[in-house]
Design a binder for this molecule. Structure first.
Ligand code: PLP
Length: 390
């Protein structure tokens, strides 16, 4: 990522800070950002929090509060917080291998793993690719299983022209620096459901009922607890994961150029995939509606020497990359899950294992020059073709 917080954002911030003595803790700017984000996405409610990981945590906590204990179907390729949120809420994660074309969950396998204990499918739209289908959403609906969308890596991606993050019961976004929109740190929980919205608002602020919008909900707590002062009624053993006015001002400024930036990212990915040698690299990604902030580079065939050579060449050329793609690859190979489930779980998922060992991502940002993308592809093709001949 480069230049993600621009002079326009800093100007907006300076203007805000220079206007008297503004309130800096969560207040009107946060509310305005939530309203504007809801309009941009096409949902009824948004709750701004201090990170995407916090958005994941509040979402699963609200899910558990609403539907009770049970299983949550999760991807093997995702960020740690998608799994840790389930573990911290004492629910059971059930893992699913990936679909190599979307890098999201294998949807057939998801349906096979649904049991009477399943409370939700917590999908991640990986690196801008849509991980769901209309049929899948309808099937979950008919089985009465909630869909939760993690869109932390895919702001602006669509299915059938409608934005991802509007299909699930709740959806999550991250505004960390590397992502499509940055508030320095930040995240959003989005939903059309009024009750979940109130729960997430309370969870965000220590579980306090005065954070709810609904006066009847607040009144119920006040009447149910006459021994408590209305200012301090803690309905949940929750956390403080609020953000600040400063982050919201940056978010509002960034939102103005999100669509234009996304159009450039989409064109960049197309150029990248069009120029890669499809005999060496997997290029058959499902790009319809995608909106990517990092190029996905996956070797077509397992080849450790080629992989290591690519890493050497990219490092020598000053190209930053991450191996394993999103979140470091197969989560089941990470120590926190090995400790819980044993060392033999990871290898049971061969499709994510391929990406784990032979996949990378490389930053894709709006100002990335066309020449640099073409030069990068030439370099990658040259390394791959050189290796094929040996
Ligand atoms: C899919 C996914 N979920 C959640 C997160 C956590 O977001 P944050 O870094 O803002 O906590 C990330 C982070 O990049 C992510 O990629």
């Amino acid at each position: 990522m480069s230049n993600n917080i621009t002079s326009d954002d800093i100007d907006a911030l300076m203007k805000f800070l220079g206007d008297g003595t503004p309130i800096l803790t969560q207040s009107r700017q946060v509310e305005a950002f939530e309203r504007e984000w809801s309009n941009w996405l096409g949902v009824k409610h948004s709750v701004f929090v201090n990170s995407g990981a916090s958005a994941n945590l509040l979402t699963i906590a609200a899910l558990k509060h609403t539907f009770g204990d049970g299983e949550v179907i999760v991807p093997t390729l995702t960020w740690v917080s998608d799994i840790s949120s389930v573990l911290h809420c004492a629910m059971k994660p059930v893992f699913v291998d990936i679909d190599p074309r979307t890098l999201g969950m294998d949807l057939e396998e998801v349906l096979q793993k649904i049991t009477p204990a399943t409370k939700a499918v917590f999908i991640t739209h990986i690196l801008g690719y849509n991980a769901i289908t209309e049929e899948f959403v309808a099937e979950l609906g008919s089985r009465g299983v909630a869909l939760i969308e993690d869109v932390c890596e895919s702001h602006g991606a669509t299915m059938g022209g409608r934005k991802l993050g509007t299909f699930g019961l709740m959806s999550n976004f991250s505004f960390y620096y590397a992502h499509h929109l940055s508030t320095i740190e930040g995240g959003m929980v989005c939903t059309d459901d009024d009750d979940l919205y109130e729960t997430v608002r309370m969870l965000r602020s220590h579980g306090m009922t005065r954070e709810a919008k609904s006066s009847s909900l607040k009144q119920r707590y006040i009447e149910g607890h006459p021994d408590l002062h209305p200012n301090f009624i803690f309905a949940f053993p929750a956390w403080n994961v609020r953000s600040t006015e400063i982050n919201a001002v940056i978010g509002r400024s960034q939102l103005k150029r999100l669509d234009a930036n996304n159009a450039k990212r989409i064109a960049n990915l197309k150029l990248f995939l069009d120029n890669l040698d499809s005999e060496i690299y997997f290029t058959d990604f499902e790009t319809e509606g995608s909106c990517n902030y990092a190029f996905t580079l996956v070797l077509k065939n397992p080849d450790e020497e080629l992989r290591d050579e690519i890493m050497e060449e990219l490092t020598a050329a000053g190209v930053e990359f991450r191996r394993g793609t999103s979140g470091g690859g197969n989560q089941l190979r990470q120590p926190y899950l090995k400790k819980l489930l044993g060392p033999d779980e990871g290898p049971k998922y061969p499709k994510i294992d391929h990406v784990h060992f032979y996949g990378f991502y490389i930053g894709n940002y709006p100002d990335l020059e066309t020449d640099k993308i073409v030069t990068l592809c030439r370099l990658l093709n040259k390394v791959g073709r050189g290796r094929k001949k040996t």
